[in-house]
Design a protein around this ligand. Structure first.
Ligand code: AMP
Length: 585
């Protein structure tokens, strides 16, 4: 049997576990034979030696609690410093260990994957909480090996979540908070991207806080006096989930004790009042994690949500307020860790090689400058996010503003490129070259281009934001633009040389004329003749058809050379005059 190319990504959770794989370049989660992608982390040791895992084991829990193991991860993963946690079952009596129970869950996940992929799989990436120490990571690895899996890597859950949210593309030194509120545990982690990988700066949390506590609080609220709240746990959880989308819900449990029935209307408001104290308990952990990382909330670049309980609107509002920013909710919170494990597995197996490639700008971005030329600020194929800028000045005396046309494309002339937008930067009129306008282009990780123009004299900023067009360009249009730029490369270049030479000539000619008129006596007859002939040459070439860019450039250079002497004398004369005016000579 040839080795399978697949490496599984596994989220081995306290309450639920998930498995997935990168298939044909896509990370996917795999479903069991009944179509479920979530396997409860429950194991039931049937008396005859058979082992049930997942939903089947959970259904046995109330009938056979002594032989059913849930939340085994807590036994492997006690947070350092936390007191002993009493398991509600007797592993030793069952003749098993936490590692063996975890192995049963992993064996089940492996079987789900093999059934879905129709081939044996033997390698996996498994996630663990960020605070797991070496012994706990090793225990998890051992469980994988017992289940017949080579554990290629153990990945921290917040890191996996960040990968699933695509935050690896944010770039160096970006800081991320991962707020993870699941069924039974709460974790907060602060990550920083360093040299292309996430580092966990700090973690905090509570291994006894999660959706189960919310269910218990609601069940206690629903239970009529004198009844066992546990009876209402299931309807409480279902009602809780409905209130994540609806404003009110009816909770019904007929004949909960054989004769009485429950039927009440529950509003989100009442629910929120009830659970607020539980949610508030996450606050101190968040503050501690931030302080351990030496950060304030405004230094974070993203806050992401993980765990099913973060679907609760109150949790989202609470997080937004605590961190002073809207959390990123672009991924399924209960699948993010598993998806990240799958992505990591895909990278290791080589089937997702491109996922870490940063986005690039498909075409150059720039602005139009004097003479209608394209001035590139961010060249094509620059990795994003990126930032670049340049200084510009006024070309005309008394100019009151500058029109900045933001362009995209590979052609030398502005008119052949695409205009993405324009801004007008006002400045106080003055001599030519007196204005100083800094233009800065910033493309963020989402491909949004921000153009900032600053009049450095007044500090006045003008900002233009361009959504996505900077990065999201149809492949076909990109190809066409590049093909055109190649096709027209020669004439385009000629046009650019011509425009530049023309600008220079048009600047030089009147200056030479003025100088000759004022200080013509300062040069010899020969020199004067040479200057006039060169100037005539330039003038002729300026109007000659067809344009001869190179000839004009040469003639302008000759004129420039010929006037060097004149220029030096002009300066000398000016200095002399100024000195004598002040009575120094
Ligand atoms: P996890 O550990 O990420 O699988 O989270 C499981 C917890 O999320 C359980 O307590 C669920 O009741 C809770 N949960 C799942 N979906 C929702 C929802 N839509 N609204 C509120 N809680 C939910």
């Amino acid at each position: 049997m040839s080795a399978s190319p697949f490496i599984l990504g596994i989220d081995l959770g306290t309450t639920n576990s998930l498995v997935g794989v990168v298939d044909s370049g896509f990370p996917i989660l795999l479903a069991d034979e009944s179509g479920s992608r979530i396997t409860p982390s429950a194991v039931n040791y049937v008396a005859d030696g058979q082992v049930l895992v997942g939903g089947a084991a959970l259904r046995k829990r109330s009938l056979d609690p002594q032989r059913t193991v849930t939340s085994v991860k807590r036994l492997i993963g006690r947070r350092p410093g936390e007191g002993d946690w009493q398991p509600p079952y007797h592993l030793r009596q069952l003749g098993t260990t936490p590692v063996q129970v975890s192995a049963e869950i992993l064996r089940r996940l492996k079987a789900i994957a093999e059934r879905a992929l129709e081939q044996p799989v033997s390698r996996a990436v498994i996630t663990v909480p960020a605070y797991f120490n070496d012994a706990q990571r090793n225990a998890t690895k051992q469980a994988g090996e017992l289940a017949g899996l080579t554990v290629e890597r153990i990945v921290s859950e917040p890191t996996a979540a960040a990968l699933a949210y695509g935050l690896d593309k944010l770039g160096e030194h970006q800081k991320i908070a991962v707020y993870d509120l699941g069924g039974g545990t709460f974790d907060i982690s602060i990550l920083e991207m360093r040299e292309g990988v996430f580092q966990v700066l700090s973690t905090a949390g509570d291994t006894q806080l999660g959706g189960d506590d919310i269910d218990r609080a609601l069940a206690a609220h629903l239970a009529p006096a004198g009844t066992d709240p546990a009876v209402f746990l299931e309807v409480a959880e279902a009602a809780k989930k409905r209130l994540s989308s609806g404003e009110t819900t009816r909770v019904e449990l007929p004949f909960y004790d054989g004769k009485n029935s429950l039927s009440v209307e529950l509003s989100r408001e009442t629910f929120e009042k009830l659970i607020r104290p539980l949610i508030e308990r996450t606050k101190s952990h968040c503050l501690r994690a931030l302080s351990d990382a030496g950060l304030s909330p405004d230094q974070l670049d993203e806050v992401i949500l993980v765990g099913g309980s973060t679907r609760i609107p109150l949790v989202r509002r609470f997080v937004a307020k605590l961190f002073g920013r809207e959390p990123n909710i672009s991924q399924n919170p209960d699948e993010a860790v598993a998806m990240g494990a799958v992505i990591q597995a895909g990278i290791l197996s080589g089937s997702l090689r491109h996922v870490l490639l940063l986005d690039v700008t498909p075409l150059s971005l720039g602005i139009e400058t004097f003479g209608g030329l394209m001035n590139i600020i961010i060249p094509r194929n620059s990795t994003i996010p990126c930032k670049a800028g340049e200084m510009f000045t006024n070309a005309v005396v008394g100019q009151k503003d500058m029109l900045i046309r933001v362009l995209q494309g590979e052609r030398e002339l502005a008119k052949d490129n695409w205009e993405l937008g324009r801004i007008v930067v006002p400045f106080p009129p003055g001599p030519k070259g007196s204005a100083r306008v800094g233009v800065q282009f910033t493309i963020d990780a989402n491909g949004i281009l921000q153009v900032l123009a600053r009049d450095t004299a007044t500090g006045q900023d003008t900002v233009l934001e361009i959504q996505n067009t900077a990065v999201d360009v149809d492949d076909e249009r990109v190809e066409q633009m590049i093909a055109e730029s190649v096709e027209h490369a020669f004439e385009d270049m000629n046009e650019r040389v011509w425009t530049e030479a023309k600008l220079k000539a048009e600047e030089l000619l009147p200056a030479v004329e003025t100088a000759l008129a004022q200080f013509g006596d300062a040069v010899s007859e020969d020199e004067r003749g040479l200057i006039q002939a060169s100037a005539a040459d330039v003038q002729r070439l300026l109007v000659a058809e067809p344009h001869d860019a190179n000839a004009l450039k040469k003639a302008t250079a000759v004129l420039d050379d010929a006037t060097q002497e004149l220029a030096v004398r002009l300066v000398e004369r000016a200095v002399e005059e100024s000195l004598s005016r002040r009575g120094i000579t």
